[in-house]
Ligand binder design. Sequence first.
Ligand code: ASP
Length: 339
Amino acid sequence: MTVFSLGGTIASTNGGETGSVGGVAPELGARDLVEAVPQLRHVAELEAVSFRQVPSGDLLFSDLVELAGEIEKRMEEGAAGVVVTQGTDTIEETAFALDLLVRGDRPVVVTGAMRNPTLAGPDGPANLLAAVQVAASSQSAGLGTLVVFNDEIHAARFVRKTHSSSTAAFRSPTAGPIGWVYEGRPRIVYRLPTLKGVPGPAGVTVPPVALLTATLGDDLRLLSQVESLGYSGLVLEAFGVGHVPGRVVGALEDLAARLPVVFASRTGSGEVFKETYGFPGSERDLLSRGLISAGFLDGPKARVLLSLLLGARQDLSGVRDAFESLNASVGSSEIRNEG
Ligand code: ASP
């Protein structure tokens, strides 16, 4: 099994390499992290690869496209699974990107730490051990990319960082965790349908996609700048089940005629509706004006999907189909009449 390290708090110390501001910074590589947890030896034979050494906010889609390629290479060579350690700030996005990009059934598990190794009670070693235990288990196959944190197992498609500093920061508000780790063993309590992935990117360059949030009283004048700033798409975090102020729908319709505009719920939980409200700015109105529903994906995850689709040169109808089929692939939402 391979452990890829990308930096973040789990790898952060103050050994002297920091910039002039002091404090801790990502200095440890994959080997350091693995060697700090002797119990790992009893779980799997590990290859340690220091892939990047950055705060996770510095990662780019191009890094993830490259990482997905390295992961697939290890899988082709027979790896039972792969673990990725990185900063927690963007795990909810990077794990979902890997979920969409990495083909095959074998587990990919992402983890990190909220407490760096210089603090009392750092959580990195326990999280790394649990992540390797989950990745080494045949039960974890076919579940897509997972995030293992604080002894909980989350699906990349649902997980969010919900606290700035708690070691229990990772939660899946819409669906809950899919399992947990006890005595070194994963307990998976529900299995996920296979996620519809995205076609491989046409290159490592992924076009920029903007993310805006609707807020009380704002006229969303930034919409008028989206194209001129060079964005290729927009995700709008709308109110509740998918609502915006009625006065902005004209600008949204204009923009949606020229580039993909996806709307998600700014609540970060549940999904946007399709057919309930009928006022200007409602979900029905937005859909009729050509906007695309993110379904159950939250804003950052919808942005990951849209970015990768545009990176794969999908046109507007390809984007629309991908959002629809991804949502359809994750559980049924049909009302079945059993007669
Ligand atoms: N605070 C972050 C972390 O938890 C830093 C980062 O995301 O790199 O790792």
